[in-house]
Design a protein around this ligand. Structure first.
Ligand code: C5P
Ligand code: C5P
Length: 452
């Protein structure tokens, strides 16, 4: 039972009550439903999951994909909402006929702006909330943290969206929830509510298997390509086609082969061990889902590439199993990874006492930052107008030692910017002139966190 996941009776009651209210609000809504989601894998799977739910419920909807939920964007929604409300001639200013907003993978940190605009809204989020209530005036806020579930580890935004969809019996959407959680790197290993969703997906056969396999078998690509483009783990010594092909040939493995057999897997694993920290880096749990892209990790990688390259709609198309979008997404993935490999070669790391940082390109700094994390968190920075945008990444060990990048990134507010996210992966936006001061303060904050 899903209720076993909750820590106490009160949480179970609150969970039941908020889900009842959310599903009623969706069911009773006659007007447009405007879904706003984030451009990363978890955001795209959340968006795809929600629109699948809405078209099954015969609702009119509109989906927007954003990189970041800014105050300006919320204010614009407010304008649209209020215009519509005021232009309602029959004076039937009923919320059920006006616009209903569903924010996925975002919204909890912007709840005050959403409140200020008086939007009729549902927030489905897993980021730390600023208001710790499930109901805040007109807003229903289903946020994992408020129910005692760790949103950084135990459930992703698409998992939160799935909690709503399963109320309607749409258990097949669990496949997208699993993909979203993998995109947010919550799968090593899955725990808490994620595990519950995994079990439910298995029971209904939307997750058809969990296979111990070599990571390169996740991809629908010749092995040399999956070795080149896979960055989890990134093997610096094998960072071009020629090196990989020679490496495979020495092992007597055909580089063009897909789906390595047991013998190949063993040979490759043994040969790669000197380059990785542990066996689990290359021998992983593969989640086989009922989807045209049947490996959840590969699907999450395709969606990530679409989102980061500004092709979120193609990502949504791939997530809802449009054949042409899946083909485009596969091409985009290769293009994106080629660019990443090139960018990694050009990356120059700078060190402060407790953090490292580098300058890079939009859509790439987050992934590259995570590849460079060893014993210090890494910040990737790129320019956008009058601002620098920052993606910061840590690892499990650093978080266990006290690292909280979300707190560190929030120092951006002091400089007229903003920031937040999770302890292990977070981001910020800082006016250009304040970058040095920002980095200095982040360095000090991280220093204090790691000495705790
Ligand atoms: O918006 P959201 O919280 O979902 O974004 C988190 C981002 O951080 C994702 O893009 C995810 O891939 C990344 N991440 C990471 N390393 C982790 C956890 C998350 O790079 N250990
Ligand atoms: O953009 P990036 O993938 O680095 O974002 C990592 C995490 O930080 C995400 O959860 C994102 O929602 C959060 N973030 C934030 N404020 C920003 C930038 C990112 O809360 N200005």
């Amino acid at each position: 039972m899903i209720t076993n996941i909750f820590k106490d009776k009160e949480s179970i009651q609150r969970y039941r009550s908020i889900l009842k209210k959310i599903t009623e609000r969706i069911k009773n809504h006659n007007g447009l439903i405007r879904v706003i989601t984030h451009h990363d894998t978890d955001g795209l799977t959340s968006g795809a999951l929600i629109i699948k739910m809405l078209y099954r419920l015969n609702k009119e909807f509109h989906l927007s994909i954003v990189e970041y939920l800014s105050k300006e964007f919320v204010d614009k929604l407010g304008e649209e909402y209020n215009n519509r409300y005021n232009n309602n001639d029959n004076n039937n200013n009923n919320n059920e006929d006006n616009i209903l907003y569903i924010f996925c993978d975002m919204g909890s940190s912007r709840i005050n702006d959403i409140l200020n605009q008086g939007l009729n809204a549902i927030i489905l989020d897993h980021h730390p909330p600023v208001i710790n209530d499930l109901e805040v005036k007109e807003i229903y806020q289903l946020n994992a943290h408020i129910l005692g579930i760790n949103g950084a580890k135990e459930i992703s935004a698409s998992g939160v969206c799935y909690l709503v969809a399963r109320e309607f019996g749409f258990y097949d959407l669990s496949a997208l929830a699993i993909t979203g959680a993998i995109g947010d790197m919550q799968h090593k290993p899955f725990s808490g509510m994620n595990k519950y969703i995994i079990n439910e997906a298995r029971e209904h056969r939307y997750l058809t298997g969990i296979l111990k396999d070599i990571i390169y078998n996740c991809y629908d690509l010749p092995v040399w390509k999956s070795m080149l483009y896979n960055t989890q783990p990134y093997i610096r010594e094998l960072n071009n086609k020629e090196k990989i092909i020679n490496f495979l040939k020495k092992l007597n493995i055909d580089p063009e082969k897909r789906n390595l057999n047991e013998e190949d897997r063993q040979k490759l694993k043994i040969a790669l061990m000197p380059y990785v920290e542990k066996e689990e880096d290359i021998i992983v749990d593969r989640y086989v889902i009922k989807h045209k892209v049947d490996d959840a990790f590969y699907l999450s990688e395709l969606l990530n590439a679409c989102g980061r390259k500004g092709l979120g709609s193609v990502g949504i198309g791939a997530a809802v199993e449009d054949d042409e979008c899946i083909n485009i997404a596969k091409d985009i993935y290769i293009e994106y990874k080629e660019e990443i490999i090139q960018e990694i070669r050009n990356t120059q790391i700078n060190s402060l006492n407790n953090i490292e940082y580098f300058f890079g390109k939009k859509g790439m700094v987050g992934i590259i930052a995570s590849l460079f994390v060893k014993d210090k968190p890494v910040l990737g920075i790129y320019e956008e107008g009058e601002y620098y945008k920052i993606s910061s990444r840590g690892n499990k060990n650093l978080v266990n030692e006290g690292l909280n990048l979300s707190e560190a990134m929030k120092i951006a507010y002091k400089f007229g910017g903003n920031g937040g996210g999770h302890n292990v992966a977070s981001g910020a936006r800082v006016p250009k002139i304040h970058l040095d001061e920002f980095l200095k303060e982040v360095d000090e904050i991280v220093g204090k966190q790691l000495k705790k």
